[in-house]
Design a protein around this ligand. Structure first.
Ligand code: C5P
Length: 215
């Protein structure tokens, strides 16, 4: 069977990573969370306090090959740290920098070169993998996305309120959709999937069906 690449884009907390992980597992593909890569660069900047433009050469980012898909920054597992409120609050600004995008997009293209990749992010269908055989743009209302995120945070023992989460999500989407370089946008040939009233299982099986049609 021929392998394809699947691009999954959409706004914050739309469920992209949960779904992408499951789809990749089902197909025996590799899951790549590009948001985690931007978060790792942001963590590096926050930790070192250095300007990004001149020090990307000493930023080494890797994923573990196991099902956890842990992310390593210069040899350290930073999977938990990149989800901190501080990183989340700063990631859109760092992600808007040309140097950062060029560096990570190049890495992402190399990873996807052999096909069999499910990659989620903001600009995968438009910029990173414009030739991807299947492109999905996932959307859901800010309220529903915030509710899903709230449940996740509570499971992790983090105490946040819904209105704060809604505001954070709207702010991050706004920054990501209005930046100059490869803003968040549905690719013309991406399939729009409104997951507002779909369960995780329904979204997963819908995408698997679409992938099987292309395969
Ligand atoms: O997917 P996640 O919410 O973890 O992404 C964090 C941030 O990384 C996004 O809000 C966006 O600013 C940036 N990002 C990006 N391009 C991608 C993936 C993420 O600019 N392909």
């Amino acid at each position: 069977k021929n392998k394809i690449n699947i691009a999954i884009d959409g706004p914050a907390a739309a469920g992209k990573s949960t779904i992408s992980k499951r789809v990749a597992e089902k197909l025996g593909y590799v899951y790549i969370d590009t948001g985690a890569m931007y978060r790792a660069v942001t963590l590096h900047v926050l930790n070192t306090g250095k300007g990004v433009a001149d020090n990307l050469d000493d930023v080494d980012i890797r994923f573990s090959n196991d099902e956890n898909r842990s992310i390593y920054l210069n040899g350290n597992d930073v999977s938990a740290e990149i989800r901190s409120p501080e990183v989340t609050a700063n990631v859109s600004e760092i992600s808007s920098l040309k140097m950062v995008r060029e560096y990570l997009v190049q890495m992402q293209r190399i990873i996807a070169a052999e096909k069999g990749v499910v990659m989620d992010g903001r600009d995968i269908g438009t910029t990173v993998l414009p030739e991807a055989e299947l492109k999905i743009y996932m959307k859901a209302s800010p309220e529903i996305r915030a509710e899903r995120r709230l449940e996740e945070e509570r499971e992790r023992g983090v105490d946040v309120d819904l209105s704060t989460l809604i505001q954070q999500i709207i702010r991050r989407d706004d920054l990501d959709m209005t930046r100059e370089i490869s803003p968040l946008k549905k690719a013309d040939d991406a399939i729009l999937l409104d997951t507002s009233h779909m369960s995780i299982e329904e979204v997963e099986s819908t995408i698997i069906r679409m992938a099987e049609e292309v395969l």
